[in-house]
Design a protein. Structure first.
Length: 219
C-alpha cells in the first residue's frame, strides 16, 4: 500500500536538464574541458560534487579547485533557473492528483538545497511537500539509495510503502535499491533505453498519472 509519494526534482518537475548542461558546459570550459550535451548525460542525476569529480578524474586541471568549479556551476545554474526555468508538463496536475490519495508527499533531490530552493521558488510549489530533502546531506548521492531511505525515515513511512517518481536512470536505481515502487518518466531521448525496465512503470509524461497507473503500482 502506497503511503507516501516522493518526487525527484531536476528533469521531473522543472525542465532543468538543459540548464544544467548550459551551466556545466560554460564552467568546465574554464578548466579547458569542452563538453557537449550528450557528454553531460553521463553524469545526469549525480550530485554536483560527483559530477565535478567524474570529469576531474578523466581530465585533471589545476587552475581552479574542485570546490570552486562546483560553486561556479551551482551559481550559474541558479541564474539560469531564475531566467529560464519552467515547469514540465503535468507537474501541478500530478501534485494535485497525488493530494487526492491521502498520502504523504515529499521531494528528494540530488541537487543542493540552494538549487532546490531556487527551483521551487520559481515554480511556486514548495508548500506542497511535507519534506524537502537534498542528497547533499548524504555520504553518497544517487544511485545510492541513501537520499530515499532518509526521506522515508523523515516521513515516518517504510520505504516499501513509498512511490518514487524519477526521470534519470541513477534516480530509478536509487529508488529501487531503497525497495520503493518507482515510476520512471525519462526525457524522450532516453525513453527507449532498456535499462529503465527496472522501474515498475515507465511513462512519457506526468500528465499520464491517473487511477489506472496508481492501481498498478499499488498492487
Amino acid at each position: 500500500m502506497i503511503e507516501a509519494v516522493i518526487f525527484d526534482m531536476d528533469g521531473l518537475l522543472i525542465d532543468s536538464e538543459p540548464l544544467w548542461q548550459q551551466a556545466e558546459i560554460a564552467i568546465f570550459k574554464q578548466v579547458e574541458i569542452i563538453l557537449i550535451p550528450s557528454m553531460c548525460l553521463q553524469t545526469k542525476g549525480l550530485r554536483i560534487d560527483e559530477v565535478v569529480e567524474y570529469w576531474y578524474k578523466k581530465y585533471p586541471w589545476d587552475n581552479l579547485s574542485k570546490l570552486q568549479v562546483e560553486e561556479a556551476i551551482v551559481n550559474k545554474l541558479i541564474e539560469l533557473i531564475h531566467l529560464q526555468g519552467k515547469a514540465l508538463a503535468g507537474v501541478k496536475e500530478a501534485i494535485n492528483y497525488v493530494k487526492t490519495k491521502d498520502v504523504k508527499i515529499a521531494l528528494a533531490s540530488s541537487s543542493s538545497s540552494k538549487i532546490i530552493n531556487a527551483a521551487l521558488e520559481k515554480l511556486n510549489i514548495a508548500d506542497n511537500f511535507e519534506i524537502i530533502y537534498s542528497a547533499e546531506s548524504e555520504f553518497l548521492g544517487k544511485p545510492h539509495p541513501g537520499v530515499y531511505l532518509t526521506t522515508a525515515d523523515k516521513l515516518g513511512v517504510s520505504p516499501q510503502n513509498c512511490l518514487a517518481l524519477e526521470d534519470s536512470l541513477n534516480g530509478v536505481l536509487a529508488a529501487k535499491a531503497a525497495q520503493m515502487k518507482c515510476i520512471a518518466i525519462p526525457e524522450m531521448s532516453e525513453f527507449h533505453n532498456p535499462k529503465f525496465a527496472i522501474a515498475d512503470i515507465v511513462l512519457e509524461s506526468l500528465e499520464q498519472l491517473n487511477d489506472n497507473i496508481w492501481d498498478l503500482v499499488n498492487l
